[in-house]
Write a protein that binds this ligand. Structure first.
Ligand code: GLN
Length: 561
């Protein structure tokens, strides 16, 4: 499989050592940015070695948020056969990071899981594609992985494809992918680089950074036939010189190839830090990319943007009542969208995550906040507390943005409070509610499968004039991304509801699906959207709706003080 040589594409593999969750996604995105500074066309692939076909069925507290793509992909495990296809639009949260840094949209096929690879292998065998052969990890599975990678590189006209492997070197699940990297390296001399991201802990007892864990993980890589070309050391403070030389010596790479990745206040600064350490030129040399010069305007635009985030000194405090708070990444696109919207108004968004349990005194916790963002979600837990949060927002006129589940529960709260519909609820939560004000979408009524079976991807939204939604977007037609089974029921938007201030501010193209609601009040900004504008928010171009939400929160805060 050497045909890639003709296309001149380069591959940069990113692996992780010591432990997971040390920000390989941000490193991958930052390497991409450094190449973009030089005018190269890049994209990224994320490999998730778990056996799920996609992360859509994972609890967000297991693996962080699901990122939703614009397109829904028909994944056919055996192309060209009559085998069924699987809808994929729910992909790894790292794609949010890649999109925010690189400003590009990536197709769902860029998220390769072991589930997809093994499904393809086994179903191919049943279709007789390997007739006469013993089907083995090498070469059959590795060839299927390579084929997936080559399809992307051949169809997208890229200079460089970044390929991040999830998990940590040494995990049983990822070994087949590392083996594939080894083969691609062998077949593409001078066109590949391996970047290994490790943790360099600081020992307080000794007062020193420690290189031993890195040494061990490099050994582990070497034992599967891979030699890192670059090591990125994740640490609290920049790597000390003696640690850099130690890592260089033990890992068999030059000191220039050992790069610091310290804690940063503004994550978007990492590409600049990489550039300062010469990573861009070093990489280009390594993969024989005839070095283009860093484009001054592109680079200084990024510098200016980072400054904007660093200078945002005033704070606006946003409460996020919800239920997936065991890890910090469960709502990462929302957190980032709030941060983007605040920074562009000179503020830092301080997020108060409220993990609702039965004895949470929600009102008490909401009191010191300037705004409430009611989070997306599934299932019964925390729902009553979330409904109470929406009621509190209505009573105290706290600026409020409800996203998906958050919008549905806003509607339930309104129906209970202003229409006297006691126990109004979503039928997802209470199938026996006398008032199912949120109910299954028509298209979902016969769906029994889980995984890729919700209403997914980007859809056209028709916006009503004279609404807060219209004020934000200033467009009659927009496109945002969805991930839901239930929706707000039009029959409960009665004359009385309208009189009490409830309005529908957008619908889908058929007019049958309510896409957003809001309160028709001048003195209170309260909006709920069935869609997720956070997926399209960028550090240099905040989501317009999040921007207006934060604007209302700032106005409330300033008015209070
Ligand atoms: N559980 C709700 C639904 O399926 C909301 C989903 C979400 O918040 N993404 O419609």
């Amino acid at each position: 499989m050497t045909d890639v040589n003709e296309r001149n594409i380069r591959f940069i593999f990113i692996t992780g050592g010591v432990m997971s969750g040390i920000g390989k996604g941000v490193v991958t995105a930052s390497i991409g940015k450094v190449l973009q500074f030089r005018g190269f066309t890049v994209s990224a692939v994320k490999i998730d070695p778990y056996l799920n076909v996609d992360p859509g069925t994972l609890n967000p507290i297991e693996h962080g948020e699901c990122f939703i793509t614009e397109d829904v992909w028909d994944f056919t495990p055996v192309p060209g056969s009559d085998e069924r296809c699987y809808k994929i639009s729910e992909i790894d949260q790292d794609f949010g990071t890649y999109s925010r840094f690189l400003g590009i949209e990536m197709h769902p096929s860029h998220n390769i899981t072991s589930g997809q690879i093994y499904l393809s292998t086994i179903l191919r065998e049943r279709k007789g594609k390997f007739l006469g052969k013993t089907v083995q990890l090498i070469p059959h599975v590795t060839n299927i992985i390579k084929k997936r990678l080559m399809e992307i590189s051949e169809s997208e006209n890229l200079d460089v494809l970044l390929i991040e492997c999830g998990g940590t070197v040494g995990d049983l699940e990822s070994s087949i992918f590392l083996e594939t990297f080894r083969q691609i390296k062998l077949e593409n001399v001078h066109r590949t680089a391996l970047v290994h991201v490790t943790l360099v802990p600081y020992s307080r007892a000794v007062g020193q950074q420690k290189s031993k864990p890195t040494q061990h993980s490099v050994r582990m890589l070497q034992s599967v036939g891979l030699q890192p070309d670059i090591i990125i050391g994740r640490s609290e403070k920049p790597l000390a010189d003696d640690i850099k030389s130690k890592i260089s010596l033990y890992s068999n790479i030059s000191e220039a190839a050992v790069i610091s990745n310290p804690d940063l206040d503004v994550v978007y600064e990492l590409p600049l830090l990489f550039e300062e350490q010469g990573l861009g030129d070093f990489l280009c040399e390594l993969i024989d990319l005839k070095a283009k010069l860093v484009s001054k305007p592109v680079y200084s635009e990024w510098v200016k943007m980072v400054e904007l985030y660093k200078n945002a000194s005033k704070t606006v405090r946003i409460a996020m009542p919800g239920k997936y708070f065991n890890i910090s990444d469960s709502y990462i696109s929302i957190n980032d969208a709030l941060e983007h919207a605040a920074a562009h108004q000179g503020y830092r968004a301080e997020l108060k995550m409220i993990n609702i349990s039965e004895d949470t005194n929600i009102e008490e916790l909401l009191r010191d906040c300037d705004g409430i963002l009611l989070t997306p979600g599934f299932g019964e837990r925390a729902v009553e507390g979330m409904i109470k949060s929406a009621e509190y927002a209505m009573e105290d006129k706290v600026p409020f943005l409800g996203i998906c589940f958050g919008a549905q529960l806003f509607f339930a709260a309104f129906c209970r409070k202003y229409l006297g519909l006691k126990d109004a609820n979503s039928s997802e939560i209470n199938p026996d509610t006398p008032y199912p004000v949120v109910d299954l979408l028509q298209s979902q009524k016969n769906v029994t499968e889980k995984g890729g079976s919700m209403r997914l991807g980007a859809h056209k939204i028709i916006v009503e004039k004279n609404t807060k939604l219209f004020n934000a977007y200033n467009q009659k037609e927009i496109k945002e991304r969805f991930r839901h089974r239930y929706h707000i029921q039009e029959r409960f938007i009665t004359e009385e509801a309208k009189q009490k201030g409830m309005i529908v501010s957008s619908r889908d193209e058929t007019g049958k699906i309510i896409n957003s609601i809001e309160l028709n009040r001048d003195d209170h900004w309260m909006v709920g959207t069935q869609f997720h504008p956070e997926f399209k928010s960028r550090p240099y171009a905040p989501s317009k709706l999040y921007f207006d939400f934060i604007k209302a929160c700032i106005a409330k805060k300033v008015g209070k003080s």
